[in-house]
Ligand binder design. Structure first.
Ligand code: DC
Length: 224
């Protein structure tokens, strides 16, 4: 199994890049953030407190998260039900970041992520710890970044496309809080792996980021 792993903060363009790379390379796209989001949604629906580490760990072991192809994209299934839109709200973004600090939750999620990857011949995984913890042996490791202001602008546009209007200042504040929590947690914090290639993509279009990363992948994977 060949793995391309991409980490970075919220709004750095990881999901778009990972989806496009997966398509170009003929690999499976593994959106680990969607898995933490699905768990957050399941916890919210059951009224489990974000600080209840044991309750959340149990829940993480019980639920089944799957991805199914949908045209150019994919749907996220939580215990068989489509939650693709429900997991993309600002509330679930915040909750996913809160519940993902617990070591037990992370162990359960990492096990599921590795199991999903095992089924494929090639995987493009993205998240916060895919280069450092989930797939430390990945063939290609990328760290995507952009300034908080640029990431907030992108996130605001994304939300608008979903019909969610949030003021820029509020989106920026939420991004800064989430960055701080994701990078400060004790277990698997967001950090740049020693052997990762950093792509700072302020002012780059999605296409530019994609072309640059695809070239890197082809080189590293010997596909040129
Ligand atoms: O990438 P995203 O915005 O969909 O991720 C939502 C949250 O899930 C993020 O703020 C932290 C958590 N997460 C994580 O802890 N580890 C990952 N590999 C992916 C996401």
């Amino acid at each position: 199994m060949t793995v391309v792993a991409i980490d970075g903060p919220a709004g750095s363009g990881k999901s778009t890049l990972a989806r496009n790379l997966a398509r170009a390379l003929g690999f499976v796209f593994l959106d680990t953030g969607a898995m933490y989001r699905a768990l957050a949604l399941a916890a919210a629906r059951r009224g489990i407190d974000p600080d209840d580490a044991d309750g959340l760990t149990q829940l993480a072991q019980q639920i089944e998260i799957r991805f199914t192809p949908d045209g150019d994209s994919q749907r996220v299934l939580l215990d068989g039900a489509d939650v693709s839109e429900a997991i993309r709200t600002p509330e679930i973004s915040d909750l996913a970041s809160r519940i993902s600090v617990h070591a037990g939750v992370r162990r359960a999620m990492v096990a599921q992520q590795r199991a999903l990857a095992q089924q494929a011949h090639g995987v493009v995984a993205e998240g916060r710890d895919t280069t450092t913890v989930v797939f430390p042996e990945a063939a290609v490791k990328l760290y995507l970044d952009a300034s908080p202001q640029e990431r907030a602008r992108r996130r605001q546009q994304q939300l608008q496309q979903q019909g969610i209007d949030e003021p820029y200042e509020q989106v920026l504040q939420a991004i800064l809080e989430r960055d701080a929590r994701d990078a400060a947690r004790a277990d698997s914090p967001l950090r740049i792996a020693d052997d990762a290639i950093v792509i700072q993509n302020d002012g780059w279009s999605k296409e530019q980021t994609f072309e640059y990363a695809l070239e890197l992948c082809r080189e590293r994977l010997g596909m040129v």
